[in-house]
Design a protein around this ligand. Sequence first.
Ligand code: RM4
Ligand code: MN
Ligand code: MN
Length: 397
Amino acid sequence: MTTSTDPAERVHRALDALRIELPSWGFADTGTRFGKFVQPAAAATIDEKIADAAEVHRLTGCCPTMAVHVLWDFPDGPGDVPRVRRLAERAGIQIGSINPNLFEDQRYKHGSLANPDADVRRQAVAHVLDSIAIAREAGSRDVVLWLADGSNYPGTAHIRMRRRWLEEALQEIHGRLSAEQRLLIEYKPFEPAFYHTDIADWGMALLLARAAGPQARVLVDTGHHYQAQNIEQIVAWLLDEEMLGGFHFNDRRYADDDLTLGSIDPYQVFRIFHEIALYESEHPGAPPPAYMIDQSHNLKGKIEAMIQTVQVAQELAARAALVDRERLRGLQDRAALVDAEETLRRAFLTDVLPWVREWRRARGLAEDPLAAFRETGYIERITRERSGRSKATSSYA
Ligand code: RM4
Ligand code: MN
Ligand code: MN
């Protein structure tokens, strides 16, 4: 298929197609297991998180949805959903993916959906079923499952039995999805479990998604890999299997650090976007993966960090759109190694900012969203409004 050679047009098209979901927990005070540095402007309620996410969307034009964490954002259960849904819509955004919480309750000490105790498994399933009901009520498509399940000491868990229990639970959960809903299964190699994790990598997540049913897909959190893992290859394989559901964007230097996307290895993010762009050019009409940010900044200003992350994603997706894929294909076939690599690298090194700015202007957006945010006085206003009032705990760390 022929692709435009005009770089501006390629960039504009890529940006038109890119939607990025913001995490509600990214606007709240979070920390590490050693402590929390609170920010007076941090959001404490779902109302405040919606206001902050809407502000990011207003400035960037590409973040129309906000992911929620059931326990932190709907502590009173489904009853609050219609109000929150209306609130989001009035603010110009929508409720995005729904994240059940299967890791905080004391009963999950030895796992949730893979717990050896059938009662605990039933309670965990019930929570996910409630979350599916919340998703339906909220008008959101994706339910994202991340499990802390695992064990800490060799010999203490029956690894294969836990897999069976997990499969059974996922099948039951899948059976409750409505036709337009999806179940996204997230993997993570370790932490909080330090000996074995029940869904430790993309292969396990893929097998479980297949066992769960046709509306289940794999979610790739970019921070949930070991140091040397080739994430773009995982992405390419999942695309090839039609099993890539979406992403949690962040970067990592050591483990699950939740650093800003592309702050450590922007080339990695570019290569991921390239694999997706390549696949999409070969499969026109294929549904795009859900792009979600999963970062909770302990030290950076939360809204600024989100705007910065969105910009990084846009710039790297724009660069990936510039790869001359037809030429690359020919070079690969001839094993023209240096020229093939240079084709990729040159696109990565292209300064796309002028075209990104042009795109923003053409869509009535601020050319420099971060500068525009600082001019609004929003942060000063919420700092005044929010400081001093007592904060309900609204996130995990
Ligand atoms: C995990 C994972 C999940 C997130 C939890 C709180 O590390 O990234 O996506 O929901 O943290
Ligand atoms: Mn995640
Ligand atoms: Mn994580």
